[in-house]
Structure formats: C-alpha cells, structure tokens
Ligand binder design. Structure first.
Ligand SMILES: [Mn+2]
Length: 306
C-alpha cells in the first residue's frame, strides 16, 4: 500500500504522505523504516504481529506540522521497506532475517526505525547497526530490564541478556524508566554487575526525564560511536496506553514519552531505533496506535533539528 500526498486546498498533509516504497537513489531518503511483526516467543501470548500495520495506518492521522515549534516535516522523505516476514518465526529463527534486512537500512539511511513486534527484535536491530558490538551503545526506554535468563531460549523478556552474552559491554547500555515491582532483585544485580547505567522511573520523577536522558546520552556518547534506542511502549502508564501488555500504572505519561523521543531523535549518534511491545488486540479506541504514530512524528522532529 502506498499513500498519495494530499495537495488540495483543504489538504491535511500527513506523515503517511511522506512514505514511499518506490526505489529511490541512495541517500534520497534520510530515514528508512522496516516492520518486524515478531510475536512468537513472548512471556504472555500476544498479537504483536498486528502492530506494524496499525502503526502505518495511524500515520495517516498525524499531520506533518508541529504548531508548538512551527516545524513542518513535509520536506522529509521516508523509505518504507515493508515488513520482514517474521510473524511465524521464533526470536532465534527471526534473528538473521531481521539483522540482514535491517542492515540494509542502517547502511543507507541517517536514521532507521524497526517497527515491532515484541522486544525480541531488539537484539537483531543492535547487531544490524554494529555487527562487532564494539562501537554501539544501547539505550532502552522500558519498564523492564529485559534481563531474564536465556537458559530456555530467546524471548521478549531477555534481549538485553542475549546482547550481554553476545559481547555487548554492559557499560554501553543505559536503561531508563525501570518500574518498581516489575523486575527482580536478580535482574537488578545483573544489570549493576554488568555495568549497565540504570535509571528508575523515580529518578525521572526526581530529576526530570529530560535531565536523565541527557545524562544517559552523554554517558553513551563518551564510549560509543553510534547509538541504538529501544522504545518499549510499555514504559508508558497503562491507563494512558492500554495496547501494551507489559505496561503498569505509574509509568511515563504519553507526553513525557514523546518529549523523550524528540530529545533522543535530536542526538547525532542515534542511528537506529525500534518501537516494541505494542499489541493492537489490547488497544482501546486506537490510543496506543496513535501514540505510536506521534512517536514517529516526534522522532522526525528530533532528527530534523540535528
Ligand atoms: Mn521490554
């Protein structure tokens, strides 16, 4: 499906109108997106495979114009690579297809977005950006450490464990928005022992989320040449975002999530991001779908300000 640019006198130019599936000369689009509808291998059975389509549909309802900063995104072109067909694959079997498809984006575009799917896609996304795992940093906005054991195989609860085991240095990882009573003492110990920079929701409340993100990006900037960001939508308060099975009460507000996204999108080393854990089957009145669309708009405004 491709979307026409809306050009009539009452036009509502939308983010969807910036998307193209057409072949473009290299570098013509600064931004690329790829869907990764992975749903097998999750802690609780979910319909994450429906998310890329809902995300794309929501973009038709997001205008290109941000009246608050008088920024128009209408001059951006985004290449949509469609979906990498991993809807029936486990995280183990889906790793190589996602890594290889997403590598093509990260090698071509300034900024590449991987649209999940559950959080199991993050491991492949990080490998796609830097197969050596030596230069890349990982920032997560997530209620969870995702440090469950890999003993019984890969799943959406252990991508960070898997990346540590793959060789990603712990001090190249910063995790923001960790929720109380949604993680274990063992995970917390593992994170601190590995050298992961840990920021709880309460740190964000005390110091301001903007300051915490600034500190995390500064830290990663010192040791990493490039940064991958996992936006796990379950960091948002459950009442504001019903379409995330892992979401809890007391998480980020939707507005806080968008502000954070804009701030992160502005950082020149942020070259690849993912959006994970959106389950459209749980969504109410398209609330989380619209959060995902606005998330992308915020990312683009951040990118444009570089
Ligand atoms: Mn997660």
């Amino acid at each position: 499906m491709s979307f026409q640019k809306n050009t009539g006198p009452n036009a509502w130019p939308s983010i969807a109108g910036l998307m193209s599936e057409e072949l473009m000369t290299d570098g013509a689009a600064k931004i690329g997106i790829l869907g990764a509808p992975m749903t097998k291998g999750c802690v609780t059975p979910s319909d994450y495979h429906l998310a890329p389509e809902k995300f794309r549909a929501s973009l038709k309802r997001i205008s290109t114009y941000d009246l608050e900063t008088a920024t128009d995104l209408a001059d951006l072109t985004i290449k949509d690579y469609g979906d990498c067909d991993v809807s029936t694959l486990s995280p183990k079997d889906g790793f190589s297809p996602i890594k290889s498809a997403f590598s093509k984006l990260t090698q071509t575009h300034d900024l590449s977005a991987l649209i999940g799917g559950h959080n199991g896609i993050t491991r492949a996304g990080v490998h796609a950006l830097d197969p050596s795992l030596e230069k890349v940093g990982l920032l997560t906005l997530d209620a969870h450490f995702d440090l469950r054991s890999t003993e019984n195989g890969l799943m959406n609860g252990n991508p960070v464990t898997a990346l540590l085991e793959d060789g990603l240095p712990g001090h190249h990882i910063a995790q923001i928005g960790l929720a109380p009573f949604a993680n274990t003492a063992q995970m917390h110990r593992t994170a601190l022992h590995a050298g992961i920079h840990v920021y709880a929701l309460s740190d964000c409340a005390t110091h301001g989320t903007g300051k915490i993100i600034e500190a995390a990006l500064k830290t990663l900037n010192r040791t990493c040449e490039t940064i991958y960001v996992d936006f796990d939508i379950d960091v948002i308060d459950r009442a504001q975002s019903p379409g995330a099975p892992g979401g809890r009460n007391g998480g980020f507000s939707a507005a806080e999530f968008w502000r954070a996204t804009r701030q992160i999108g502005a950082h020149p080393k942020v070259r690849a991001v993912d959006l994970t854990e959106f389950d459209p089957a749980l969504d109410v009145s398209d609330i989380t779908a619209l959060i995902s669309g606005r998330w992308f708009a915020e990312l683009l405004v951040g990118y444009k300000s570089r």
